[in-house]
Design a protein around this ligand. Sequence first.
Ligand code: NAP
Length: 283
Amino acid sequence: MVAQLLEGAVVVESVLNDLQKRIAALKAKNITPGLGTILVGDDGASAGYVRKKHETCEQVGLRSFHIDVPSDAGQKALLAAVEEFNSNDEVHGYLIQHPVPQGFDFNEALAAIDPAKDADGLHPMSLGKLVLQEEGPRPCTPAGIVAMFDYYDIDLTGKNVVVVGRGPTLGRPLALMLANRGVDAAVTVVHSRVPDISAYTKQADVVIGAVGKPSVITPEMVKPGAIVVSGGITWEGRKLLPDVDESVGDVAGWITPRLGGVGPTTVGMLLANTVAACELKTL
Ligand code: NAP
C-alpha cells in the first residue's frame, strides 16, 4: 500500500466537534435538536445503521426518536409514521431508512416528509435546491465525501473527477455537488451502460465508486497517484466490501480504507442536517 488513507473516522470527529458547539448554543436557549428514524421491516443491516445513528446522537447530545413499521403493515402505516414525525415539534429532522421492503413506495413516503425536516437531504425539494445551488440539506453520503475532501484540504477546482454510478442516493447528487460552485470540479458520470469505464477512470485525477458492487474498481483502472474513494459498499455476511478493490492502494495517491471510510461521514452529515434544521426553526 503506497496510498495515504482518507479516514472517515477522523473527518467525522472534526464534524462532530463543530456540531457540539452549535448544539451547546441551542441548549443554552433550552432547545435540544432531535433526530427521528423510521425503520420499515427487520433487515439486520438497516437496523444496524439506525442503531449507529442513535448512538452518535447520544454521543453529541441530540435527542433521538424512533418508529418501527412492521414489514406487513403496508404503505398507510409508513405514511402515518411520517405524519407523526411531521407533527412532532421535538423532531427537527428525520429519515426513512432505505431501502424499504417490497410493497412499500419509498418515493411517495419521501415526498410526504416535511421538507424542513429532511435529515437525509433526499426530499425532491432538497434535491431541487441542490440543482439550483441554493442552501438546503444535502444528501448525506455525497456530503460526507465532500467533507472528506475539505478536511484533507484537497482542492478539486478544475480537476478531472469520474463518478462511477448514477443512483439517486449517491452518484447523481455527488456529481452535482462536485460540479457546483465552490467545489468546481470537471465531472464525468459513468454507469452500467458505458462499455469501457476504465477509458474514463484511467484519465481521472479522482475516481469515486458509487455502485454498490465489490471491487468494480481495480488497480489497472486507476492513474498512479489518483485519489480514489469508495462510496458504494456491499455486505457479504458480516464483511463489508467496498466498490474499490483494496489493491488499488498500491497505485493510488489517496484511498478510503475498507472500514472507517465514507460510512462514518454519512452519519456526521445526517446530524449536521438535523442541527441545521433545528437552528433554522428556532434561532
Ligand atoms: P443505485 O441506485 O443502486 O445505483 C447504482 C449505480 O451503479 C447505477 O447507476 C448503476 O448503473 C451503476 N452500476 C451498476 N453496476 C455497475 C458496473 N458494473 N459498472 C458501473 N456502474 C455500475 O444506488 P444508490 O442508491 O445511488 O447507492 C449506491 C451505493 O451507495 C449503494 O449500493 C451503497 O453501497 C452506497 N451507499 C453507501 C452509504 C455509506 O454510508 N457508505 C450510504 C448509502 C449508500 P445503471 O444506472 O446503468 O443501472
